[in-house]
Design a protein around this ligand. Sequence first.
Ligand SMILES: NC(=O)C1=CN([C@@H]2O[C@H](COP(=O)(O)OP(=O)(O)OC[C@H]3O[C@@H](n4cnc5c(N)ncnc54)[C@H](OP(=O)(O)O)[C@@H]3O)[C@@H](O)[C@H]2O)C=CC1
Ligand SMILES: O=C1O[C@H](COP(=O)(O)O)[C@@H](O)[C@H](O)[C@H]1O
Length: 499
Amino acid sequence: MACDETNCDGQISHTFVIFGASGDLSRKKIYPTLWLLYRDDLLAKPIKFCGYARSKLTVENIEGNCRQYMKVQPNEETKYEEFWALNDYVIGSYDNSSGFELLNRQLTLMENKNRANRIFYLALPPSVFEDVTVNIKQNCMSASGWNRVIIEKPFGRDAASSQALSDHLAKLFHEKQIYRIDHYLGKEMVQNLMTIRFGNKILNTTWNRDNIASVLITFKEPFGTQGRGGYFDAFGIIRDVMQNHLLQILSLVAMEKPVSCLPDDIRDEKVKVLKCIKTLTLDDMVLGQYVGNPDGTTDDARNGYLDDPTVKNGSITPTYALGVLKINNERWQGVSFILRCGKALNERKAEVRIQYQDVPGDIFEGSTKRNELVIRVQPGEAMYLKVMTKSPGITFDIEETELDLTYAHRYKDSYLPDAYERLILDVFSGSQMHFVRSDELREAWRIFTPILHKIEQERIQPITYQYGSRGPKQADVKCEQNNFKYSGSYKWPGSKKNS
Ligand SMILES: NC(=O)C1=CN([C@@H]2O[C@H](COP(=O)(O)OP(=O)(O)OC[C@H]3O[C@@H](n4cnc5c(N)ncnc54)[C@H](OP(=O)(O)O)[C@@H]3O)[C@@H](O)[C@H]2O)C=CC1
Ligand SMILES: O=C1O[C@H](COP(=O)(O)O)[C@@H](O)[C@H](O)[C@H]1O
């Protein structure tokens, strides 16, 4: 009898198959994550791993490719060898069933004819998703255990292509078998958003249009395409970061309280809030593209986006985008949710900034500043609330300070696993809480598709900004117009920016 998602527990072996085992993602993320989970005894046992790709490689070659990304302490060498001894590799193409038949024979051998659960990780470009999933379904499904398929973004490039992919997958697998990874959902502070909101009366009761002026959600990276702009140029920053990572954060910040912490209760609320968001228009956006900084100290910094030889001549693909989203519901009407993301900026940072309204009836002669709750996703997980206080000593002056929860101080001995570690473990345990459901995806594309088409069809020129800068100045203006105030007065001891 074939197993569904619920009737196959008990003593059973597990096999993790990595499609695209020769590639960048596998080398940098998937194998290193599997090793860490294995090292920490977090994976179900017995377990085997099997890579699959077109390249003529061996397990030893794959280990060599991954080595620099594998965190191995000197006393872990024996276990590390044990891990690789559980690995196998099959060579085959993605569009031809013979490779998959061979893979299935190999998996059956590895599983020693035991009952087995299988996880298939597609670390592959989207161009081969369809062929590979059809071939998995036809040739590689375990008949004696459950089967789960992990898919990496991009999940399409607009509403129609994403729907086509969803329809294709739905013909092959149940939604319960499909794990669409958005790795931001595996980050500590993103997972913390639900607790911050619904576990704190003091925050939860102020979490609305009566108290909050604006919400700013930011992603910044301090490097450009580094000569690998080919993929990026076909997608751009809106598809690469805003439509998925930032919108996922927004939905967790803005959704109503779910009826429970069960995955589908949470995802139901995320879908509901996304449905309240109107599609974006050009007026809601600022688009940018970086140019080289002649004084830059590296080649990457001296080169602009268009200098990357893998980027099309005259490309208008944005490398920076700001979008203002409005949520038309009772809680949020009138509050701007500003999403900003960019490459080749001045720093690496991902954060959520909840800016409260000005104090009404101010008695401090205009010297109060807005409260701001900052949830810093990276680098250095932290949450701090900017508050006003009387300056210490013989004075009645007031000043800004903070209630500060810096993880590196408060949770010195805690291990914060990488997003992929959490998410892959979730797949083993069958929790889809931190994965994207097909209706969430549909809503996300509904919001962004019209503006993406307009930018591309009308060739909307992005504003240029210099590599290493904060992005186009127009972005700050748009923030101000949407009730985000930057006072520039906040001081954080030891911060270079403010010293
Ligand atoms: N626990 C901790 O580790 C804590 C650390 N700090 C540190 O203190 C420093 C300052 O705190 P922060 O919360 O950033 O406060 P700021 O008030 O200095 O910055 C607030 C926001 O304004 C943006 N900004 C900067 N310049 C301008 C400008 N000219 N016009 C409009 N917006 C601007 C900032 O960066 P941008 O727009 O470029 O993204 C940021 O989003 C940070 O480095 C922070 O990490 C503070 C508290 C606790
Ligand atoms: O999904 C993506 O995310 C990375 C940034 O991930 P992070 O965990 O390092 O913040 C980004 O570089 C890439 O362009 C994008 O596709």
